[in-house]
Design a protein around this ligand. Structure first.
Ligand SMILES: Nc1ncnc2c1ncn2[C@@H]1O[C@H](COP(=O)(O)OP(=O)(O)O)[C@@H](O)[C@H]1O
Ligand SMILES: [Mg+2]
Length: 375
């Protein structure tokens, strides 16, 4: 705890001297009195309980890759929708399974998925994140090498009225210093306060530093899931707040703003904790449905098409909501002819539905897609 105040105390006093207008961002952390109210602690215990349950249930899924694939793509779609980048599940899965170039919006969502998986690899390999890692993630999403903002002029406006609601730090040095302070706090494993409260604080701070010209929202939401994993609250990247944020979007902006303007942390932290509770519940439900659907399909195929039945074949259909002959060839080590026969048989008994796109034929897992599209 002492080391903690040493690290952050020095910087805090330096920056507070510079406060000449109301929008100057303070480095982390905020005072404890602002972030550990009774209301916050009450909501914290509800959110932690459900999140713990999700962690346990995720462990019971035999093939983790199956979950990651399905749920990461849903998050990529939802988080991009917050930024008004809209695509459909069908477009996404098609873009992932055939070579044809997707439209711009679908491409950005696919980039977002790539960035989540890259972030997951990075933290598994290193156990922390660096400046350059964050830049690399943003770069995957936006596909340009703009890096940290260097030219001043960036302001956040209200979409409807055009009114400037927030001015992030304009000076390159200051932005970098704040980002270093953010990373120090992010990588700290002996917590200043509870990790879920930290998550809310960190997300606010990252969005307010707004280090990039574009992609700050999406990069920040990837940092959230990585933070949960780094702190052992979940093991694989399957909990995402974006569906909640989408449904409560004006609150998201209003509360971020309220911290900017009046240092009002309590309602922002409670909002984020509630998002964790709600999305954990949703994810538990979705995982349970996927698991039940997998089990039912295994049983059905074993009974009605016992000649082609293999457990790994059915698991493959749950790793890729859209399957192709080559996936079967690769996973099961069979000839194309056999692979094609398996897929056709599965279509014959109603488990799959094929679709021709250009020269390629893809097979949708009807039951799984239905679960993934559900709200
Ligand atoms: N008043 C505010 N204070 C801090 N951050 C904000 C505020 N209003 C919006 N934001 C953040 O800015 C994000 C949008 O920034 P942007 O760089 O366009 O990201 P993206 O391209 O991913 O949309 C929002 O998702 C939100 O997280
Ligand atoms: Mg944007």
């Amino acid at each position: 705890m002492c080391t903690f105040f040493y690290i952050f105390g020095t910087y805090r006093s330096l920056v507070s001297q510079k406060k000449e207008n109301k929008y100057v961002l303070s480095p982390l952390p905020p005072p404890k009195s602002k972030i550990e109210s009774i209301e916050i602690l009450r909501q914290l215990s509800r959110s932690s309980r459900v999140l713990g349950e999700l962690k346990g249930i995720a462990r019971t899924i035999p093939n983790q890759k199956m979950l990651i694939n399905a749920i990461v793509l849903r998050e990529a779609k939802d988080s991009s929708a917050i930024e008004n980048i809209i695509t459909t599940h069908d477009e996404l899965y098609k873009a992932l399974s055939v070579k044809a170039a997707p439209d711009q919006e679908t491409k950005e969502v696919i980039n977002y998925r790539k960035a989540i998986l890259k972030g997951f690899d990075l933290i598994q390999a290193q156990g922390f994140l660096r400046h350059n890692d964050i830049i690399a993630l943003q770069n995957i999403i936006i596909e340009n090498k703009g890096g940290i903002r260097k030219t001043p002029g960036k302001v956040l406006k209200n979409d409807r009225t055009g009114e400037v609601v927030y001015t992030p730090p304009q000076d390159f040095q200051e932005t970098n210093a704040l980002l270093s302070n953010f990373l120090e706090y992010y990588n700290l494993r002996q917590s200043y306060t509870e990790p879920l409260i930290n998550l809310a604080i960190l997300h606010y701070q990252f969005e307010s530093i707004h280090p990039f010209y574009d992609g700050n929202g999406r990069t920040g939401r990837i940092l959230n899931i990585l933070y949960l994993i780094l702190n052992g609250l979940i093991e694989i990247p399957i909990l995402y707040l974006s569906s909640y944020i989408n449904e409560n979007k004006s609150e998201y902006y209003r509360l971020l703003n309220l911290v900017n303007k009046s240092d009002e942390w309590e309602s922002w932290i409670i909002y984020m904790l509630k998002a964790i509770e709600a999305t954990s519940k949703q994810t538990i439900e979705r995982i349970t449905q996927i698991k039940e659907s997998l089990e039912a399909t295994i049983e059905f195929v074993a009974q009605t098409a016992s000649k082609i039945y293999k457990k790994e074949l059915i698991e493959l259909l749950y790793e890729h909501p859209y399957s192709k002959i080559e996936y079967v060839v690769k996973k099961m080590g069979v000839e194309r002819k056999a692979a094609s026969r398996y897929l056709q048989k599965l279509e014959g008994i109603g488990v799959l539905q094929s679709q021709k796109i250009g020269k390629e034929k893809i097979y949708m897992n009807v039951a799984l897609l239905e679960i993934l599209k559900r709200h």
